[in-house]
Design a protein around this ligand. Structure first.
Ligand SMILES: C[S@@+](CC[C@H](N)C(=O)[O-])C[C@H]1O[C@@H](n2cnc3c(N)ncnc32)[C@H](O)[C@@H]1O
Length: 319
């Protein structure tokens, strides 16, 4: 299995923690799996490579360009993948519309892919001169351009603080407002330069580009990432068979915290005091946590794929 899984890479995107994800997912020969973030198809390809001929995958992706790529890549497994161009937060409706009421496992490899950063031309990277879009789903109404050019200073600052944990949020927001009084902020490089100017040089972080947190914050806001993730996690666990597993790979602390806390909540029974008005939920624990602390990639993977360095994998089993 190991050699096959190490080959799960392609020129556009190297899949992250595939071996660990498959160890936790343990795909069965005739199971039904959800790949909530199909992307370039790496994790789904791994599921097919290590399971039998009857496994099926329901693969979600909001990005139609990524879906066209994975359709080509997975063409040899045609008929065994249902490609769904929808948000994973819609998992309940999608599965029910397919007549599926329980699944053997769910994998989610969150965020954007290297395709988005390097080839999509949508302004995800502060190193490229591209229009400020940042939508993974082209059907969304607002782009990063709309946010930085239309929101007021306080709203921008709040987004940078909450979604980017950026301690220079106020200064960056003020600099954005000053700049756009002269001319609209149209490109990713313009925005990156604004951030570089806003943070005093002696406080530029050493290990990341100073604009990293601003770009993360805007991307999260544009794509409504945390709300979608929260809704997805609850519903995904509900659809797991007893013994079915959920594996989630996240790339920043806000996502990881949300996964950790949701797993924790689902793994503990209701502790509301009996006298609490309105409570009588009687909620039982539905998840056994398989990763008391998150798994991280090995040094070899990080050297081979620097994008993996911030990955954290958490897994749980339906009980
Ligand atoms: C890190 S990539 C997945 C890569 C994939 N596992 C592979 O190995 O090729 C994440 C993908 O999830 C998609 N995505 C992000 N958020 C989503 C959401 N809420 N619903 C559906 N797809 C989403 C992105 O468009 C992107 O293609």
């Amino acid at each position: 299995m190991e050699k096959a899984l190490l080959e799960i890479e392609n020129p556009v995107h190297k899949s992250v923690m595939v071996k660990e994800a498959m160890e936790f997912l343990c795909p069965r020969p005739d199971g039904i799996y959800v790949d909530a973030t199909l992307g370039l198809g790496g994790h789904t390809e791994a599921i097919f490579k290590i399971s039998g001929y009857q496994t099926r995958v329901i693969g979600f992706d909001v990005d139609d360009e990524s879906l066209s790529f994975s359709k080509k890549r997975l063409s040899s497994f045609a008929g065994r993948v249902v490609f769904v161009n929808k948000n994973f937060s819609d998992i309940q409706n999608v599965l029910e519309s397919l007549g599926i009421y329980e699944v053997d496992g769910v994998v989610a490899d969150l965020g954007m892919s290297s395709f988005h950063l390097e080839k999509s031309g949508r302004g995800f990277s502060f190193l490229r001169d591209e229009p400020l879009d940042m939508r993974m789903d082209s059907r969304l109404r607002f782009t990063a351009y709309d946010l930085v050019n239309e929101m007021d200073e306080e709203e921008i600052s709040k987004i940078l603080k909450i979604y980017g944990e950026e301690k220079w949020a106020k200064r960056i927001a003020r600099e954005i407002l000053n700049y756009r009084r002269e001319t609209p902020i149209k490109s990713s490089i313009q925005l990156a330069d604004i951030v570089l100017n806003a943070i005093p040089r002696q406080f530029h972080p050493k290990n990341i580009h100073p604009a990293t947190r601003t770009f993360q914050a805007l991307r999260i806001a544009v794509n409504n990432e945390l709300e979608n993730l929260e809704r997805f996690l609850e519903d995904a666990v509900r659809f797991l068979k007893i013994g079915g597993r959920i594996v989630v790979i996240s790339f920043h602390s806000l996502e990881d915290r949300l996964v950790k806390n949701t797993f924790k909540r689902l793994s503990s029974p209701c502790v509301c005091p009996p006298a609490l008005p309105g409570c009588g939920c009687g909620r039982k624990s539905t998840l056994k946590i398989l990763t008391p602390s998150p798994r991280i990639p090995g040094v070899g993977e990080i050297l081979n794929n620097p994008r993996a360095r911030s990955a954290k994998l958490r897994a749980g089993e339906k009980i």
